[in-house]
Design a protein around this ligand. Sequence first.
Ligand code: BGC
Length: 758
Amino acid sequence: MKVKIVFTLIQVLLGMSVLAQAEKQQTAMSTYVSALMKKMTTEEKIGQLNLPAVGFDVTGPVVSQGVDEKIRKGLVGGVFNTFTPIAVRKLQEMAVTRTRLKIPLLFGYDVIHGHRTIFPIPLGLSASWDTALIRKTAQAAAAEASADGLNWTFSPMVDIARDPRWGRVSEGAGEDPFLGAQVAKAMVRGYQGDNTYKDAHSILACVKHFALYGAAEAGRDYNTVDMSRVRMFNEYLPPYKAAIDAGVATVMSSFNEVDGVPASANRWLMTDLLRKRWGFKGFVVTDYTAINEMMAHGLGDGKEVARRAMKAPVEMDMVGELYLAHLPALVKEGKVTMTELDNACRLILEAKYKLGLFQDPYKYVSEERNEKEMMSGDKLMLAREAAIKSMVLLKNKGNILPLNAEKKIAFIGPLVKNKRDVIGSWSGAGDYKQAISVWEALEKRVTAAPIYYAKGCNLVDDTTLRNKLNPHGAMLEADSLSPEALIREAVEAAEKSDIVVVFLGEPFGMSGEAASRSEIGLLPNQKGLLVALKKTAKPIVLVLMNGRPLTLSWEDEHMDAILETWYGGTMTGPAISDVLFGDANPSGKLTMTFPRNTGQIPIYYNHKNTGRPFDAAQKYTSKYLDVSNEPLYPFGHGLGYSPFTYSGISLSSKSIQGASTITATVTVTNSGKYKGEETVQLYIKDVIGTVTRPVKELKGFQKVLLAAGESRKLSFSIGQDDLRFYNGELQLVAEPGAFKLFIGGSSEQIREASFVLQ
Ligand code: BGC
């Protein structure tokens, strides 16, 4: 007992000393920044709010001009798209030796799924459901980025996405707020470490795009968003909130409107919600020219939108330079107060202070570290592991996979030898030439029987589409052989083989920003190849590379196996070869629903029941005449080479009272021949609510590795906090009453129990 008291006392004292330390640091920072700001002119303060782009890779129609001169005049707070120690040193030197106040610059970049070593696209990573792994990828990305002169990444993107027509679903963690929140947290921690930036390996993260960018109408990028607050709070905001709670340093405002006001001018969003309700203490950067775009949104001229943005406020103006152009006059006229300008400037200077740039502006500029970090062996191993764990086996009829290396196999398709596409979009600093293609890996792997290759088709035949994608790095060209001749070659290769593995999907530019599609199936020429191969009557494995859920009804019916590999990154080839030949057992689970056809969109597992839920026997129920309500592959779905069986769900009690918790237990068995990992998912349904509640919501998951034949009992603890949601008054409450609980290997394959909250 005494020992316990002493221990608690020590803990309290330690806690107090950590707090005191933090307070001391905060005071030191305030004093430093206040002293600096006293010396600053209004123009220099405005300069801190300016973020031009210098380098390649622009994502909007405007390109920054005359940046060197602006830096020298103290009119730049940070730059983005510049990296490598040499380039960064040059600009930083300009800022700290040739300006009046020698204030260092921030260096930002879109480090989205790896920097030089490219990991699978974020949607793929999320399919691993492995937050420790995801955190490691962010940490590795930060290590490379920071060794390349960068101190700020525009990641994570945490926009909940339920519409796969939207190309940017590839950049996020899918449709679920609970999983999205876990991933957001993991990524912020990966990038920012313990938020002290003690060493030069951690960088500032930027959660984006605040807010609701993923809910663009009709899945068309940059389109209008409109939704109820109840939906916002329960379904779309949790991942942003999780990032804030994890201490994310910066936030990016989204292009879209929220409640009729574009995010960058939205005071409710930026002040009431983000700072007052959530307590965010960092700064907000706009998305690319988002302030200027408010003119097209219809909020007024350049001066007016700059004023509105300062009132929201958003502190940093990405590329648009409307703050630079209009704030001097707005401040003079008293339309923006000096206090508002000071607050914005202070937050940006504080970020620089926290990074340690005032002490050492070159902290992130190290040629030596650069040599050491880039694409190091441990990162490549991590990339291979991440690519393997991201893959989702959608179908595997008759256990045709893993492949038998004794058999003759034809590897067909325009993605077999491809390197450009496998690193996906938003892989700016990644060099596709360093990616390992599937073919390169296969040549090393298979020995027992011959393997054959045929291209089979062009990735894209449609010249209009090619012409849209090629100016943005797609490198799509028509083969010298005609489409018919390509198919003929493929059929010949198939005919001399025992089994056919076809690699199809989207070129990388068909997902990502400004890459919405109105139909999300395989392109007609690719489908034509599959139809021709099907006629050979050989078993076919379809391996997909793409950045969004696709409509695969025909493929599901006619292919023997389907393996979704997304864009696997630098180590795509070895990872796919590992999985195809059974050196690794696929374990990914979908984090976005795959619809049967485009007309079902938006389709997501955690939908509401409606007053007329589907009933086949009734005409007047919620359904389509031409397609079922069910998706093709549900959220959480994913097979492995061993099936997992679930048995004996039991609850420690039938009710939760006050702060008590109950434990749900289930036994999971690996009933196959291969060691494998299963993601066990816990869903809860709140049966009665003051507002309508989803048919089920993910509330927990655990990954478990089981040897062939092994069983394991798994427990989930459930308390009131897990049952909370935002009611009509936007209060976070748990309402007493009946609940259902489901555990299983997907959102549809579940075992059920019930309990009551008293
Ligand atoms: C995108 C952001 C990105 C920014 C900077 C914008 O077009 O929406 O996600 O961070 O460009 O490249």
